[in-house]
Design a protein around this ligand. Structure first.
Ligand code: NAI
Length: 432
C-alpha cells in the first residue's frame, strides 16, 4: 500500500516534470518567453533535442562558470528557502558540491545523447532513494538552480539560456524520478556488518562486509558505503570480485585524507561494526557477449575494479579470448594484493600482467602506467577498462584514444572516477 502510494506520487511527479518541459513559460524564473514545444506528441524521452540545449548552454558557459560559484549559490538559496532540506546532507558539503559539479559537466557534455543521459539519471535516481530524496525535492532544486544561475551571471542570463538549463534539469529529473520509481521493490540501502578488517598498508585496509540481504551487482560496478561515524556521507568503492560463499563482499580502501569516509573505514572501523551499502552503480562492466579481447589499465585501489573484471572474465571466458592488465602502483609495497594477483596470473594462461612502479614516489603526475602501453602490442580492437585515481583515468583515456581505440571501446565511470571532462574549479578524487 505504502509502495503503491509512493509509486503513484513518483509517476505523477515524472509526468509533471515532462509536462513542464512543454511549458517553460509557466516557470516563475526570469526568462518567461514561451519556448518551442519540446516533445512532439507523447512526452517520450527520445524526442528530447538535447543537442540544441547543449549548444546554447555551451555557448554561454562563461556566464555561469566556475560551477563552484554556481553550486555555492544553489545550496545557499535552497537552504535559505527550505531549511529542513539541510538535514538530508552531510555536515561537510564539499564532496557533495564536487559531485554535483561533475554531474553538471556530465549532463552538458552528453546532452546530445539523451539515451545515455537517461540511463545515467535513472541509476542516479535509484541511488538517491538512500538519501531520502523525494520527487517533490526536484522542483525545489530546480527553483534554486534558476536563482543561482541568475546570481552567478550577475543578472545577465538570457531567457534562452535559462530555458535550456531548465529543460536539461527537468529531463534529468524526470529520469531520476523514473529510476526511483522502478526501484521501489528493493531496499533504499543494504545493511552490512564488517566480518574482516586487514590493515595492509598504514593508509590502506581490505574489508570484508556481510550484507544482511543479498546485494545485487555486476562485477566492476561500485557500491557507495556509509559508516555511522559520518552520517549522510557516502563514498564509492568497488567490490573486488563476486560475493564469496557467505555472500561477503571485499572492499579495498585507501585513506586519502583526514576525517573522510575512507579514513573512518581504514582507521576507526573494525570487525562487528555496521555499514550501509547504496545500490550498485556504474558501467565499467564486461559485455555479455565478450566479443573483444580485454585491456585493463588500473592504479592503486583501482585494482579492486580490475580484479572484479578479471574474475568475471575467468568465469565465463569464450575460447581464445585474451586479456592484458597494466597495473600501476606508487611503490612495490603498494601492490597490496599481490598474492591475489599472482594467483590469477598463474591460473590464467590467457592473462598478461604488466606491473608499473612509479619512479618518483609521491606522484609525478605523469601516469607511467599509461606510458607502458606502447610496445606491448596492438590494442586497437580491444575493449578497454580504466580505473584508479582521476589523474590516471584521464591520462589513460587520452592515451588509449591516441592508440586508436574508439570512444565506445573505452569504459570508465566519469562521474564516480572524478575525471573532469572540462577543467574543474578544484581537483579532487571520489574517496575522502
Ligand atoms: N577503492 C576502490 O574500490 C576503487 C578506487 N578507485 C579510485 O582509485 C584511486 C586509488 O587511489 P590510490 O590507491 O591512492 O592510488 P595511488 O595514488 O596509489 O596511485 C596509483 C597509480 O596511479 C598513478 N597516479 C596517481 N596519481 C596520478 C595522477 N595525478 N596522474 C597520473 N597518474 C597518477 C600512480 O602513478 C600509480 O601508478 C582513488 O581515486 C579511488 O577513488 C577506483 C575504483 C575502485
Amino acid at each position: 500500500m505504502n509502495d503503491n502510494y509512493h509509486a503513484l506520487l513518483a509517476r505523477r511527479e515524472a509526468m509533471r516534470l515532462r509536462d513542464r518541459l512543454l511549458t517553460p513559460a509557466a516557470h516563475p524564473g526570469k526568462g518567461t518567453s514561451p519556448g518551442p514545444a519540446f516533445f512532439a506528441d507523447s512526452p517520450g524521452d527520445d524526442a528530447y533535442d538535447g543537442g540544441a540545449d547543449q549548444e546554447v548552454i555551451m555557448r554561454n558557459l562563461a556566464q555561469v562558470t566556475p560551477f563552484g560559484h554556481l553550486i555555492d549559490h544553489l545550496y545557499q538559496v535552497m537552504f535559505e528557502r527550505h531549511p529542513y532540506l539541510r538535514k538530508l546532507f552531510p555536515d561537510s558539503m564539499e564532496f557533495q558540491q564536487v559531485h554535483l559539479e561533475r554531474a553538471f559537466w556530465y549532463l552538458i557534455e552528453n546532452l546530445h545523447r539523451p539515451e545515455d543521459v537517461t540511463a545515467f539519471c535513472t541509476r542516479l535516481g535509484r541511488d538517491h532513494r538512500k538519501l531520502g530524496v523525494l520527487p517533490v525535492h526536484y522542483g525545489l532544486f530546480e527553483e534554486a538552480l534558476v536563482e543561482a544561475l541568475h546570481r552567478t551571471a550577475d543578472g545577465r542570463l538570457g531567457a534562452d539560456v535559462e530555458r535550456a538549463w531548465l529543460r536539461m534539469v527537468r529531463f534529468a529529473a524526470a529520469a531520476m524520478v523514473d529510476g526511483a520509481n522502478e526501484a521501489l521493490a528493493e531496499p533504499t540501502y543494504w545493511n552490512g556488518t564488517v566480518v574482516d578488517h586487514q590493515r595492509r598498508r598504514p593508509d590502506l585496509a581490505v574489508l570484508r562486509v556481510r550484507p544482511a540481504e543479498p546485494y545485487p551487482y555486476r562485477p566492476g560496478q561500485f557500491a557507495t558505503l556509509q559508516t555511522p561515524l559520518l552520517p549522510h556521507t557516502w563514498r564509492p568503492y568497488t567490490p573486488a570480485g563476486a560475493p564469496d560463499a557467505d555472500g561477503d563482499l571485499e572492499f579495498h580502501i585507501r585513506r586519502t585524507g583526514p576525517d573522510g569516509v575512507s579514513d573512518a573505514l581504514v582507521t576507526r572501523t573494525g570487525v562487528g561494526d555496521t555499514l550501509r551499502l547504496g545500490p550498485a552503480q556504474g558501467t565499467t562492466t564486461l559485455d555479455d557477449d565478450l566479443a573483444h579481447d580485454v585491456l585493463i589499465v588500473a592504479g592503486g585501489t583501482g585494482w579492486a575494479t580490475a580484479r572484479a573484471l578479471l574474475e568475471d572474465l575467468a568465469a565465463r571466458r569464450p575460447p581464445g579470448r585474451r586479456a592484458h592488465l597494466f597495473l600501476g602502483a606508487r611503490t612495490a609495497d603498494d601492490l597490496y594484493d599481490a598474492p591475489a594477483l599472482a594467483r590469477l596470473e598463474s591460473h590464467c594462461a590467457w592473462l598478461r600482467v604488466v606491473r608499473v612502479i612509479d619512479e618518483e614516489p609521491g606522484g609525478s603526475g605523469r601516469a607511467p602506467v599509461t606510458e607502458a602501453l606502447a610496445g606491448h602490442g596492438d590494442f586497437g580492437s580491444h575493449m578497454a577498462y580504466v580505473s584508479g585515481p582521476p589523474g590516471l583515468v584521464g591520462a589513460a583515456v587520452r592515451r588509449l584514444a591516441e592508440l586508436g581505440l574508439p570512444a565506445d571501446h573505452i569504459r570508465y565511470d566519469p562521474v564516480a572516477a572524478g575525471v573532469p571532462t572540462r577543467p574543474p574549479s578544484r581537483p579532487t578524487g571520489p574517496q575522502g
